[in-house]
Design a protein around this ligand. Sequence first.
Ligand code: UD1
Length: 415
Amino acid sequence: MSGIIIKGQNKLNGEVNISGMKNSAVAIILSCIAIPGVFTIRNVPQIDDVKTAKEILLCFGATIYDMDEETIRIDSTNVKNATISKSLMQKMRASYYVAGASLTRFGEFSIHLPGGCNIGKRPIDQHLKAFKAMGAEVCDGNIISAKSNDLDECCFTFDFKTVGGTINAILASLRLKKTILKNVAQEPYIGDLIDFLNCCGANITGFGTDELVIKGIENINNCSYTIMPDYIEAGTYIAATAIAGGNVKINNVVPSHLEKIVESFSKIGIEVLKDSNSLRVISNGEYRGTNIETAPYPGFPTDMQPIMAALLSAADGESTIKEKVFENRFGFIGSLNKMGADITQDGDKLYITGVEKLSGASIEAVDLRAGAALIVAALGANGITTITNEGHIMRGYPLIVNKLKQIGANIDYIN
Ligand code: UD1
């Protein structure tokens, strides 16, 4: 049985370097299907979702050179249209970006539905509505396919904010002369993708507001681009230090991306000191409960919700968490309660009564962030925790066992 083993309550001290943002990396890599050229991408995180994105790109006939551990060069000059196997598509959520990218490059696509964390229904109606508004005829079944009609301009308003829908619509719009997308999501990694595409020769403006204006892509540049730091990874290390206690400097962050996260830590009494591109967390392992509500950026990120639930399980006092983005993102409750937490669920809300200390247990990661939450809980718990199904965690956390070891955690893989 493979897994991760953690002996809790070692204080964390030292420095940890944050890697490139998972959600930017997968979008940027797959966006290369849309544009022919040679692109050097730096600060690529070493995670399984990146391996999947590279595998998909290879199926389209791109060439990928690994320049070093975190730098890849993609040559997408000769890519050909492809239908990716169901098993590869279902390795992650972001695989559906091949749809938007293929509409731009080939005027059509044919895809199986994507996979990713099982945290709700996760339909893709908004993606398809946007494609239709751009003139595509869409056939929706087990395999979704679309063919594009020539259209010069389009204006589309999303019914609600969707990260994947916004990214897929941006990718599909690159073939049009002018597209206006309204009510778009504003997560920083969408800005990262836009910066990459603009560096390649696209003309996309309006990021940071509700409305994007995309004036296609004409002269393609062979650009070199560095992926932004992963603010969810940074938030996870803040939580780890908060629960275990210690003094950790978190390097390579953009503090403005973490504003809401840092604000929540400060509400529970965990001081996070900001520098221009680093954070320092100092904790004696004691903090109080709070109330958290998730929301699209700039709100509190749903990806941090399971991690905060783990932390608040050992807080002084009561907490509530309201999950407003995904309807089923509480798969970790059973495992945390097995560790001695006191969490009850009522619909989209969790009621958490903090306990003095969590206790080690044998538990299972049910999805990526739920898995990270269990690691955080285990770092603060009495005794030994084993976490199986750790593959979910490896999809999104680069070298997490090594990084935690380096700052003093008693953590290892078991085979
Ligand atoms: C992305 C991120 C994920 C993050 C989430 C919200 C990637 C690869 N994943 O997921 O880490 O947790 O944003 O910040 O970047 N919805 C629909 N119809 C649609 C599209 C979405 O009903 O066509 C719903 C979803 O079910 C969900 C909500 O809208 O309830 C938000 O989803 P969305 O923002 O699209 O998240 P993802 O792109 O799946």
